[in-house]
Design a protein around this ligand. Structure first.
Ligand SMILES: Cc1cc2nc3c(=O)[nH]c(=O)nc-3n(C[C@H](O)[C@H](O)[C@H](O)COP(=O)(O)O)c2cc1C
Length: 372
């Protein structure tokens, strides 16, 4: 039997076999009852294509522009903490694979490898994900460090004023394995996580350092200290996307943090649909959460996304086979996207017909005849 993974679900199975339970659980779990975790992929699956035929589809273009820059296909590797648990090369291997696939990688504030190492590993832009600390001086220093390392955009995570509880992490007593550090936080209080008692030590750490009082005023503060384009990650309400556009940020990432923050938050497919309807192209929209098939990417683009961010499957590739596993995961998704385009009669992502999609919940916005 051929044991090469055929799809991202196979890859997840292989990763599970190769990871210690504590790491697998930390990567896999969502908050509380994990309702949103399950609904993210289900919402993409619930959408249906209205394919067109006789469209002369031999030549297809997956090209797109993300933050004004051309990309061979519309993917971004999402920021994910602690990739050193999946592979010793951690974020460096992920960045290299993202670069080889022609797409940006977002380096988490909580990466095990430093932003300098991550930027140096990729030939494509690296973006830096920021958690704003109560200590604004430390935050400013972190941003300046990322800029100096060569980061090309700042991703401000806005859905994490406090950490959502993953009960599995508490049960398993989640802690960073010996030898792994938060490499971007050297010189600040966070270089090593505090020891774990019964509660998740990560929660205590985040609570002690991250600013729960982040507000719209802080966007102006950020714009005052950096010229990098700013993306707000974690927007789920159309009104927030509208206010973000007023604050002249470069874009928003429609995201529920992969179901890891507010449980029962709306699925990202639905939220993207609502936000696109309300903002009508006034701000660049990206999306993540539960994207597991190339067809899901096409659906996201049809709902108005400029780029799709991929989370856990990247970690699964990394755990399975290091950087080549990440490359494998990305190529699976890209090939599936290309196939879905051909079969749907779409030859260019720049030119997706407005009526490509139907779906059960799209009726709230004018029947299932889809956006104009
Ligand atoms: C293990 C793990 C760690 C994460 N760490 C971060 C992080 O440090 N910062 C952040 O903004 N989002 C973080 N996220 C959320 C991801 O960026 C992304 O929104 C989510 O994983 C996308 O959903 P998907 O995993 O279903 O593709 C993390 C997600 C996972 C699974």
């Amino acid at each position: 039997m051929n044991d090469t993974p055929l799809n991202l679900a196979d890859l997840a199975d292989l990763a599970r076999e190769s990871l210690p339970e504590m790491a697998w659980g930390y990567y896999a779990d969502g908050a509380r009852d994990q309702v949103t975790l399950g609904e993210n992929p289900a919402a993409w699956q619930s959408l249906r294509f209205r394919p067109r035929m006789l469209m002369e589809v031999e030549r297809r273009s997956l090209m797109t522009r993300v933050l004004g820059r051309p990309q061979p296909w519309p993917l971004v590797v999402a920021p994910m903490a602690f990739q050193g648990m999946a592979h010793p090369d951690g974020e460096v291997a992920t960045a290299r694979a993202a670069g080889m696939s022609g797409v940006p990688m977002v380096c988490s504030t909580l990466s095990n490898r430093s932003i300098e190492e991550v930027c140096a590993a990729s030939r494509e832009p690296t973006w830096f994900q920021l958690y704003v600390y109560r200590d604004r001086g430390a935050s400013k220093a972190l941003i300046q460090r990322a800029e100096a390392a060569g980061a090309k955009a700042l991703v401000l995570t806005v859905d994490c004023p406090i950490l959502g509880t993953r009960e599995g992490d508490i049960r398993r007593g989640f802690h960073l394995p010996e030898g792994l550090i938060c490499a971007n936080l050297s010189g600040t209080a966070g270089e090593a996580l505090p020891p774990i008692a019964k509660e998740s030590g990560l929660g205590a750490y985040v609570a002690s350092l991250i600013e729960p009082n982040l507000g719209w005023k802080d966007i102006a503060w950020l714009r005052g200290i950096t010229d990098l384009p700013i993306l707000l990650k974690g927007v789920l309400h159309a009104e927030d996307a509208r206010i973000a556009a007023e604050h002249r940020v470069a874009g928003v990432v429609v995201s529920n943090h992969g179901g890891r923050q507010l449980d029962s938050a709306i699925s990202t497919a639905r939220a993207l649909d609502e936000i696109q309807q309300a903002t009508g192209g006034s701000i660049e929209l990206h999306v993540d959460g539960g994207i597991r098939r190339g067809g899901d990417v096409l659906k996201a683009m049809a709902l108005g996304a400029k780029a799709v961010w991929l989370g856990r499957p990247v970690l699964h590739g990394l755990a399975w086979a290091g950087g080549s596993g990440v490359s494998f995961a990305l190529s699976l998704l890209r090939n599936e996207l290309d196939e879905a385009m051909a079969l749907a009669g779409v030859t260019s992502l720049a030119d997706i017909p407005a009526d490509l999609l139907a779906g059960p919940w799209r009726g709230a916005h004018g029947g299932d005849t889809v956006r104009p």
